[in-house]
Design a protein. Structure first.
Length: 130
C-alpha cells in the first residue's frame, strides 16, 4: 500500500501532491490494478490534513479513470500507467540509490541534492555528454 507524504516547501498543493504520488506509484508499478489506496481516514490521521483534501485527490484520480471508489469498502486502483520499460526501473533505481549515497557522503543535504537533480534534469545534455 502507498504511504503518502507532503512537502510543505514544494509549492504544490497537498491534494496535487497526493495525485502525483499515486500517478508515480502507478508508473513505477508500485501500485497495481486492484490495489487499495489508504482510506481517507487513514490519510487524514497520518498527514494531519483536511479530509476534503484527500477526497479531492481521490476524485481527480477517479475522473482520470485510475481509481474507483466502492462506498463502504474503499478506493481501488482500476488502471495502470506502467509500460514495458518497467523492467529497467529496478537497476536504474539501484544506480540512483548509489548516487544518492555518494551525494550524502559528499556532504550534500536533501535540499542541495534535490536542487542538483532538478537543474540537471531540466538542462539539456550537450553533444559531449551524450
Amino acid at each position: 500500500m502507498i504511504e503518502f507524504h507532503l512537502d510543505g516547501r514544494s509549492g504544490v498543493s497537498p491534494y496535487q501532491q497526493l495525485v502525483q504520488q499515486v500517478r508515480q506509484a502507478l508508473l513505477l508499478g508500485m501500485l497495481r490494478k486492484g490495489d487499495q489506496l489508504p482510506t481517507v481516514k487513514e490519510v487524514v490521521a497520518r498527514l494531519a490534513i483536511n479530509p476534503n483534501t484527500v477526497l479531492k485527490a481521490y476524485r481527480e484520480l477517479e475522473h482520470e479513470g485510475l481509481v474507483a471508489a466502492r462506498p463502504g469498502v474503499g478506493t481501488f486502483v482500476t488502471a495502470t500507467l506502467a509500460d514495458d520499460t518497467l523492467a529497467a526501473h529496478g537497476p536504474l533505481r539501484e544506480e540512483l540509490r548509489r548516487w544518492l549515497d555518494r551525494a550524502r557522503l559528499a556532504g550534500l543535504d536533501e535540499e542541495s541534492i534535490e536542487a542538483l537533480f532538478l537543474t540537471t534534469f531540466r538542462t539539456p545534455a550537450t553533444k559531449e555528454e551524450e
